[in-house]
Design a protein around this ligand. Structure first.
Ligand SMILES: [Zn+2]
Ligand SMILES: [Zn+2]
Length: 359
């Protein structure tokens, strides 16, 4: 996907279908009022073990919205945040699905099964230009590369993982009803067939330490690690990102500079050959940019980082310098964040705020 520079887009919006509380129609209204012309809802939609008990306090799984089907049921919806979609049991489910013609990955927006929530035409009042709404997905990218002891082994693991991920996405696209909606005074479906996802966001959220997923943004497990081990975590993170970009499985690589939000990990840089943290990050990002230059996957300028004055300092300077195609995503999780983050983007792009955060 290559984007028109002139178009105001936000391809990274979460809804109450995953970990946001905002409804689809409120979000569409907000986007329209903020002058955003094209959006996609990209809820977390990872495959998971259907027998896990997600309970009422797990906000990623609301049984009222996604009734868990029994194994023989065709429409089997399940949304849950899991950290490794290819643990053996889950992979077995993919294989089962291939045999049994069964959907195991959710379609986050099956309007037919959710009539009260989103299909009321009066619920959406677009006064000005219609907002173009795409069907998206945010899917974790987790090849278990920490288990490899040689580069060759790592490549093998990654290629096996990517194959399974492609099967998974193909399954999701074939077996779910996806919708492309044009909103223009009325809420209507113009296309309703197995068209798959228009916008696929790939994310590296976690690095595995001792076999356990650690959310790079904040996980406490990094606390007990030595400085060298923390530096290794950063290294693993960037290797995963590169694999993600090289795979071309996704349209967009979401929040590539996520790890910069973890002070503890950032403090473990630089190591070895570099004098400063920025120099080391530059080296990671330069090599990531080379991957982007050879890939159809483009990086996302993430709204949460911009809000915190952290648009991925060195990375975004390099993106600008190399004139690399990129996109914007508010990564909004509540109402008001699309509009506030779009303003933040404007400010950075008009040079009213520094791209590089104050240290
Ligand atoms: Zn994310
Ligand atoms: Zn997200």
């Amino acid at each position: 996907m290559r984007l028109e520079d002139s178009e105001a887009v936000d391809f990274h919006i979460h809804t109450s279908f995953s970990d946001s509380e905002a409804s689809i129609h409120d979000l569409i209204n907000e986007a329209a009022e903020s002058g955003v012309q094209r959006i996609s809802f990209c809820d977390h939609a990872n495959i998971t073990d259907r027998n896990k008990n997600y309970g009422s306090n797990n906000r990623f799984y609301d049984p009222a919205i996604f009734p868990s089907g029994n194994p023989g049921q065709k429409n089997f919806y399940h949304v849950a945040k899991v950290f490794d979609i290819f643990e053996s049991r889950e992979y077995a489910l993919i294989e089962e699905a291939l045999d049994n013609d069964r959907c195991v990955l959710t379609d986050a927006y099956d309007l037919e099964s959710l009539p009260d929530r989103v299909t009321d035409p009066d619920a959406v009042d677009i006064e000005e230009e219609p907002v173009l709404v795409h069907n998206g997905i945010e899917l974790d990218y987790n090849p278990p590369i920490a288990e490899a002891s040689t580069l060759e082994e790592e490549n093998e693991i990654v290629s096996g993982y990517n194959t399974r991920l492609k099967i998974l996405l193909a399954l999701a696209e074939n077996r779910t009803t996806c919708h492309e909606l044009y909103i223009g005074g009325e809420f209507r479906e113009v296309e309703k067939q197995g068209i798959g996802f228009d916008v696929r966001l790939g994310s590296v959220h976690d690095v595995f330490v001792g076999g356990k997923p650690c959310y790079v943004k904040k996980d406490d497990r990094f606390k007990g690690l030595s400085r060298e081990d923390r530096a290794e975590v950063v290294d693993l993170y960037f290797r995963k990102l590169e694999h993600l970009v090289d795979s071309e499985i996704y349209d967009i690589c979401a929040h590539p500079s996520l790890i910069e939000r973890n002070d503890r990990l950032m403090r473990s840089l630089p190591t070895g050959d570099f004098d400063t943290r920025d120099e080391q990050l530059s080296s990671y990002y330069s090599s990531l940019i080379e991957s982007f230059e050879d890939s159809k996957t483009i990086p996302e300028f993430n709204g949460k980082g911009v809000e915190r004055q952290e648009p991925g300092s060195v990375f975004w300077e390099l993106v600008k310098e190399r004139d690399l195609p990129h996109t914007r995503g508010s990564d909004s999780h509540r109402l008001g964040e699309i509009s506030s983050r779009m303003e933040d983007f404007e400010q950075v792009e008009e040079g009213k705020r520094p791209c590089k955060p104050a240290k």
